[in-house]
Write a new protein. Structure first.
Length: 458
């Protein structure tokens, strides 16, 4: 990588791609890229001095990036093979690498702290990065979300050889990594358009464990049904929220809107840790992150301060608006297990209030593969508003729509709604606790919903 002066990103607006772009920009290299649409994230990159074009035609590639000897092209799997700019780079024999390959190179040059899992990996890796970064250890980090503490998805430290990375299982990307330490938060089947079977998905995680370097460690949530394939000299630890393990939370208590717990290690106990984001699922995520930090030299007091000061991630259980009449929250949950965890946490936080959920399914294949599980998770709500499927990279599949989820939801108060009609539908609703869920473009509705709720109060 070091022989290149310029880095051109195809799909630069993705959360992972943008973190890499920021990394190379911070290192003093020239950075530019293409994305299909302008977003807040791409606008932030432009403000940071990164040139972005939104037209896929070849003549929109900046001229100085046409120098084959000085330009490395980095591409995300979301870019189709027939993309004109990608075809140009291939036909002219540019060095083209996937984002995961570049991250793999970075882990081989440093001590990679890699967090994998069907769900929980973004929150866990962001908490771990915060714990390390605010301590005397410090770290670099490539995050899968925008940290509220730092308002970015990339942390850079000149004094640390640690790098925290969210290890993405999609397209087997995490097989490119060379972890020093790794966490596996969960291994519930997903991305069956890539893996075909739950068994192949599980085997992919088992192969990931074999990549951990000699002298490192695997920290795995207790009860995950995979068999680690560890190299000689790699230690195995387990963790849990309340199910034992080498590292665990004990004496969990919920009082006056706060969650406190004791963090237990094989040799130490840190009593009365206060959770900065008071939702139960974050106890488990915090235990995993604290384990990583503790094993790498973060002190007990630094752990205590770090957990209490962690302020969350954009679109991960965010309270968007709160008044004496209504609470509005937004969450990225898009897998049945994530929805279960999120809805359970919301019910624990607001046990006596009516919870209305707006869910936008993400991908036709995921909807097809997990429709009954989605229906079961969403049935925990008091009221459901179900939007159309967000297709992302996929073409429609015959017979697959949001209706195959809705028909099995065991609620009387359930409605199918288009995104365009959502605001007018909400206008007539008596809302108490409102939550938007999904990984598609539902985030574009969040400021509009907030604005309408604020106006309704007047």
């Amino acid at each position: 990588m070091n022989k290149y002066n310029r880095y051109y990103f195809l799909g630069i607006g993705g959360i992972g791609m943008s973190a890499l772009a920021r990394y190379f920009k911070a290192k003093g290299f020239e950075v530019a890229g293409y994305d299909r649409t302008e977003t807040k994230l791409t606008a932030d990159l432009t403000a940071e001095g990164i040139e972005i074009n939104y037209n896929e035609e070849v003549n929109f590639i900046p001229e100085n990036y046409l120098d084959i000897n000085n330009t490395l092209v980095i591409v995300t799997p979301a870019i189709p093979d027939n993309h004109p700019q990608l075809q140009y780079f291939r036909e002219n024999n540019y060095n083209i690498q996937k984002r995961a390959q570049v991250l793999g190179d970075i882990t081989r040059e440093s001590k990679g702290i890699c967090v994998a899992g069907t769900h929980g990996k973004t929150t866990t890796s962001t908490i771990a990065a915060h714990l390390l970064y605010q301590s005397q250890v410090t770290c670099n980090a490539f995050l899968g979300g925008i940290s509220n503490n730092y308002n970015t998805n990339m942390l850079l430290s000149k004094d640390s050889n640690f790098v925290v990375i969210e290890a993405d299982e999609y397209d087997r990307s995490f097989h490119q990594l060379s972890p020093y330490m790794a966490v596996i938060t969960s291994a519930d089947a997903d991305h069956l358009d890539i893996y075909d079977t739950p068994e192949a998905f599980r085997e992919s995680f088992e192969h990931f464990t074999s990549l951990i370097r000699h002298g490192g460690a695997l920290i795995m949530r207790k009860g995950i049904s995979i068999e680690p394939k560890l190299q000689k000299g790699v230690k195995l630890y387990t963790y849990s929220m309340n199910d034992g393990g080498d590292f665990r939370a004990e004496n969990i208590r919920f009082t006056k809107g706060e969650i406190h717990f004791d963090f237990v290690t094989p040799t130490d106990r840190i009593n009365d840790v206060r959770l900065g984001i008071p939702v139960m699922i974050n106890v488990e995520n915090s235990v995993a992150a604290m384990t990583l930090a503790w094993l790498n030299g973060v002190t007990a007091e630094e752990l205590r301060v770090g957990i209490s000061s962690f302020s969350g991630i954009y679109r991960r259980f965010n309270i968007v608006y709160k008044s004496d009449k209504v609470v509005y929250m937004d969450d990225y949950a898009h897998h049945p297990s994530e929805l279960n965890a999120s809805i359970s946490s919301i019910k624990a936080l607001y046990p006596d209030r009516k919870i209305t959920g707006i869910f936008q399914p993400h991908l036709y294949t995921r909807t097809r593969d997990f429709a009954p599980e989605f229906a079961a998770a969403l049935s925990q709500l008091d009221e459901l508003i179900l939007l159309d499927i967000y297709p992302a990279r996929e073409l429609p599949i015959e017979g697959v729509s949001s209706e195959i989820i809705l028909r099995d939801v065991k609620l009387e108060a359930k409605t199918l709604c288009s995104k365009e009609n959502l605001l007018s539908l909400l206008k007539d609703r008596q809302l108490d606790v409102l939550v938007t869920f999904g990984a598609g473009d539902i985030d574009k509705m969040v400021p509009l919903i907030k604005k309408q709720l604020k106006e309704d109060k007047k």
